[in-house]
Unconditional design. Structure first.
Lengths: 143, 122
């Protein structure tokens, strides 16, 4: 949705499996550790970590398994953290409605996509019914 | 109903105090809610304080569990006060568009107790 130019360099890359509810915490902790390592303030770190929690839970609830790719990224002056969530689950039928929020097909608040989008600097989603969903988020460190 | 005991619930007079310090997974969350409601009935508690100062992340899932617990307690006649929410957690929940309905909030335990006392006098 939000298209961002790909002049972003990846400084590190780590792939983590999502296959249980515990992985919500495992992935979230790994993302928090990256944000802390890069010196994010408490607010930016909480925003990124919470968005990660929402999106990892989405993978678990809707697709049961998938991966999270954690990257430290740079685009010239800025340092950031990018997290990509990939699953081969059912996909999202009505993406616009899902992104508008307050819409839930499972036992969640329906804020997973819309809420996490509001917490990060860049948000990109690609979903195909029957093939799966990929969500990419980036949070930049405040200068 | 059995007490699951995953999250301890303390009694202070007619008020119950519980500190959420672990991840509220599906199974834990249901046990926690059942324990709180059972304790309210058994101890005839007039107020419930939930200390969340130990949570550095409250996502919409955990927020929903907390708000739901408050609304359940309210149906039994017991007011719930969340205390100790961290600044970055409050900012994140509001930015996400989450509305925490069914619970009061206070800065810390002392303020939470004072708020319950005021509510009880009404």
């Amino acid at each position: 949705m939000n298209v961002e130019p790909d002049a972003v360099e990846s400084l590190s890359r780590r792939e983590m499996p999502i296959g249980s509810e515990d992985d919500v915490v495992v992935v979230r902790r790994a993302v928090r550790a990256l944000a802390q390592k890069r010196g994010f303030n408490a607010f930016a770190s909480a925003a990124l970590t919470t968005a990660t929690s929402e999106l990892t839970r989405n993978v678990w609830v809707h697709a049961r398994k998938g991966i999270a790719i954690l990257e430290e990224v740079a685009d010239g002056g800025r340092i950031g953290v990018r997290v990509t969530f990939e699953d081969e689950g059912p996909g999202i039928v009505d993406l616009e409605r899902a992104l508008a929020g307050g819409f839930s097909t499972a036992r969640t608040m329906g804020l997973g996509l819309s809420g996490s989008r509001r917490l990060v600097d860049a948000f990109r989603i690609d979903s195909a019914v029957g093939r799966g969903t990929t969500v990419e988020i980036v949070k930049w460190k405040e200068p | 109903m059995t007490i699951h005991g995953v999250i301890p619930i303390l009694r202070m007079g007619d008020i119950l105090l519980t500190t959420v310090h672990i991840e509220l997974h599906d199974a834990v969350a249901e046990g926690f809610q059942a324990d709180v409601l059972t304790a309210i009935e058994q101890r005839r508690a007039r107020g419930l304080i939930v200390d969340i100062s130990g949570l550095d992340v409250v996502d919409s899932y955990v927020a929903r569990i907390l708000a739901e617990t408050g609304r359940m307690a309210l149906l039994m006649g017991t007011q719930t006060v969340l205390v100790g929410m961290r600044p970055e957690v409050a900012a994140t929940l509001v930015r996400m568009g989450y509305r925490m309905e069914g619970v009061y909030a206070a800065l810390d335990l002392d303020e939470g107790l004072a708020l319950l006392r005021r509510l009880g006098r009404r």
